[in-house]
Design a binder for this molecule. Sequence first.
Ligand code: 13P
Length: 287
Amino acid sequence: MLVSAEEMLIKARDGHYGVPQFNINNLEWTKAILNACEEMKSPVILGVSMGAGKYMTGFKTVSAMVKAMVDSLGITVPVCLHLDHGTYDGAKACIEAGFSSIMFDGSSLPIDENIAKTTELVSIAKEKGISVEAEVGAIGGEEDGVVGMGECADPEQCAKIASLGVTMLAAGIGNIHGVYPANWPGLRFDVLEAVRAKTGNIPLVLHGGSGIPDDQVRKAISMGVAKVNVNTELQLSFAKATREYIEAGKDKIGKGYDPRKLLLPGYNAMIETCKDRIRCFGSDGKA
Ligand code: 13P
């Protein structure tokens, strides 16, 4: 049973911790994340980007896989299946495919169009008990070929979008998708403060969660961030462990080329990364 993000985010906001959104790319990612969250007793949001959905052959495949895996693994923690940075059409397709949450990323649209499309999607989603994330101020860095400049959200625009009935709001506060450059100045807590002041107590979302120093993540959580998105960090830990396995020539020993052996170090590394992030966000034991 998949759940909407609403209840878990309200609990996180009130309990001053962050629910992890870990993005999935395939079966190994999904299995590692679900098992790590079950072990840590953490609620979890599985994020699926438009590109990852396409890679996995479509949102229907993803939805069927996640639902079956939650059942087969006997997962008891709350699991939300969420479209990450969705287009308008992508959001509709995910609602159709059985996702329990969607993000409509209208941050690149003129604010009036962002408002109109968000309003329509909120009314469709609400009827089905599906949570909705909206974004104001493009998150920097590169995701699925879309490059943003790390702009900061305008608090007035955040207030407008928050008032449309969305469940959670992603506001750019200098955060960037992918690896942070060495000269990155850090999160703009002044902007976060201003957004918070204008948006009441709507749970806020911190994108680009990979590589932000822990103290900054915790401070953001203490200021109203209730969901932290992590994608790159799992990709890096998977790649590192897989590279070490191959560089050590282990794929050439016995049946070391068997995908179940070849992908195991990366799978185990992702579990450790998930647990580490869950501890940082304070969501362990909260399920
Ligand atoms: P990272 O890849 O930087 O962790 O960002 C993930 C994210 O924000 C997904 O929306």
